[in-house]
Ligand binder design. Structure first.
Ligand code: ATP
Ligand code: MG
Ligand code: MG
Ligand code: MG
Length: 541
């Protein structure tokens, strides 16, 4: 591709509203443009990278035996009523009406649609197991879209759904998808970890999130410094509370805060080492600002770190540690509490499996860095992560609600067992950019680079340079995606743009063109050398 004919609108200045490295560089290097909050266009370079990620995802899905299909983005409300999610999904679900006044949702996820499809098709065990996937645009009216493509309101997701006759088959599929995800993110060049995640909100059981490590990540990972243990802190929180006995290892019970605002607060109650009741609050879903906790009985307001405004869901965990939150209201087995968030009130009550009438206020325990770990190896460290993917055993949550059954070997009707598996394709693009850049711009891993080679004649008015550059462009073009900077710009401008765009290899054609010598530079390491023209192809390999 000749740069003079490309649309690569690089910017000299940093975009004012960019909130993190990837957001800043993807805009500055002309990969994306914002159309509205959380809504972006992929310009030619950005789209090239996106397609390369999609190709990797497709290859790994096909290799894992998944079948590609495409479902509609517009989904009838009736299906969401069947699962009850029309009412519980909240304002993140974008809703619209057609000219007849019928309700629809823009697809935030596709469990309802896929379950409605398979209940008519996968009606016998003979057709099971099966895994279907799509790569498609998703819509979520995020409360706070930010960080460019990392948290968009329109974004691209690969979502897969598997259907099984028995648990063993679901387990096997889960493992296979876990491996496929590991392959995808490794091939994309991401530094990532798979972490145990919280399955509460979706009502399933096993689940792992794939986290790209980055300071800008909105999730906190608690990992052991000397074993493979890693968990989303939402989950680690629950796992790590010190307990007196095996019996007390189990949470006494779990309740969910009644939703009266944006946030859904989960409450879990434990007995700790001193046999004290300990409560853990964690938010699933959206953000909660300015949290205050009060005792339901006497309405004493307890300020929770008032300096912390705009808390993210992880901050809620880390800021609650000096707050006493639970009170016994005198009624056996029930703990009540009230959380005020964003001027709204969240009520919670938890059925604890014991008499709470004598329980004192219990300190909320927080897992901290340096704590011993749950598997007995090493101590806990924290890291920030970007959730690029998640695998999930759904069980029969959707098939039961939507009556998706099959006939088993004995002719008995059973609900389909399901798994679901998501990859944020556009988020992955940003996560890679977040991890692969330096002060001059992007440094794409070869597998995702918009162009493998950037050829840079310093002076297009010099015939020798121009001819040699065009010759290289033709030759290398047989094997690689090549970009030729044939613009009549100053060398400084061309080099700055080239660093910003971040192709892995740059071939500069300058003064030594007459001797058939060019400079080859590796973007990532800065390593450069002079090579004769015939050596270039071999070097790139
Ligand atoms: P998050 O916790 O970041 O809100 P999620 O858990 O709600 O993500 P899932 O429902 O698990 O997301 O969707 C599957 C994948 O889609 C996620 O792992 C993530 O990579 C991607 N994704 C989710 N929300 C967004 C978004 N707003 N913008 C871009 N990608 C997203
Ligand atoms: Mg979300
Ligand atoms: Mg999540
Ligand atoms: Mg998720």
């Amino acid at each position: 591709m000749k740069q003079s004919q490309m649309l690569i609108p690089t910017l000299k200045e940093n975009p004012a509203d960019a909130e993190c490295v990837s957001h800043r560089l993807l805009i500055k290097a002309g990969f994306i443009r914002q159309n509205a909050s959380g809504i972006y266009s992929y310009l030619p370079l950005g789209y090239k990278v996106l397609r390369k990620i999609e190709a990797i995802v497709r290859e790994e899905m096909e290799r894992a035996g998944c079948l590609e299909l495409l479902m509609p983005a517009i989904q009838p409300a009736e299906l969401w009523h069947e699962t009850g999610r029309w009412d519980i999904y909240g304002p993140e679900l974008m809703r619209l009406q057609d000219r007849h006044g019928r309700d629809f949702a823009l697809g935030a996820t596709h469990e309802e649609i896929i379950t409605s499809l398979v209940r008519d098709e996968l009606t016998t065990y003979k057709k099971l197991p099966m895994t279907l996937y799509q790569i498609q645009t998703k819509y979520r009216d995020e409360r706070r879209p930010r960080f460019g493509l990392l948290r968009g309101r329109e974004f691209i997701m690969k979502d897969a759904y598997s259907f099984h006759a028995d648990e063993a088959s679901l387990d096997e599929r889960y493992k296979k998808m876990y491996e496929a995800y590991t392959n995808v993110f490794t091939r994309c060049g991401l530094d990532f970890r798979a972490v145990i995640a919280d399955s509460g909100a979706m009502g399933g059981k096993d689940t792992h999130e794939f986290m790209a490590l980055a300071a800008v990540g909105e999730d906190t990972i608690a990992y052991s410094d000397s074993s493979d243990y890693a968990a989303n802190i939402e989950m680690a929180e629950v796992t790590f509370i010190p307990k007196a006995s095996d019996e007390a290892m189990l949470p006494l019970d779990e309740g969910q805060a009644k939703q009266d605002g944006q946030a859904l607060i989960h409450v879990q109650v434990f007995k700790d080492n001193e046999d004290q009741l300990v409560a853990v609050l964690y938010a699933a879903g959206d953000e909660v600002n300015d949290i205050k906790v009060k005792n339901a009985l006497n309405a004493t307001l307890l300020e929770a770190a008032p300096e912390a405004m705009n808390w993210s869901q992880n901050d809620i965990l880390t800021h609650f540690d000096n707050v006493t939150i639970l009170a016994d209201n005198g009624i056996k087995n029930i703990v009540n509490g009230v959380i005020e968030a964003s001027g709204k009130t969240l009520h919670f009550n938890v059925n604890a499996a014991r008499d709470l009438s004598n329980v004192q206020f219990a300190d909320l325990r927080m897992i901290k860095e340096g704590d011993p770990s749950p598997d007995g190896k090493g101590t806990i460290q924290f890291a920030r992560g970007i959730e690029v993917g998640q695998v999930f055993k759904l069980g029969t949550r959707y098939s039961e609600a939507m009556n998706a059954t099959f006939l088993d070997q004995n002719g008995k009707s059973q609900p389909l067992l399901m798994g679901c598996y998501g990859i944020g394709v556009s988020r992955t693009l940003s996560a890679v950019a977040e991890q692969h850049s330096d002060e001059n711009g992007l440094c794409w891993p070869t597998a995702l680079a918009p162009f493998a080679v950037h050829i840079m004649p310093i002076n297009m008015k010099n015939d020798e340079q121009k001819t040699l550059a065009e010759k290289l462009y033709q030759e290398l073009g047989h094997q690689y995606d090549v970009l030729l900077d044939d613009r009549n710009e100053r060398a400084g401008v061309k080099f700055a743009d080239s660093d910003l765009i971040g192709c892995p290899i740059r071939v500069t054609v300058g003064k030594k063109a007459s001797e058939q010598i060019v400079e080859v530079k590796v973007r990532r390491t800065g390593e450069s050398m002079e090579l004769s023209v015939d050596e270039v192809a071999a070097f790139i390999e």
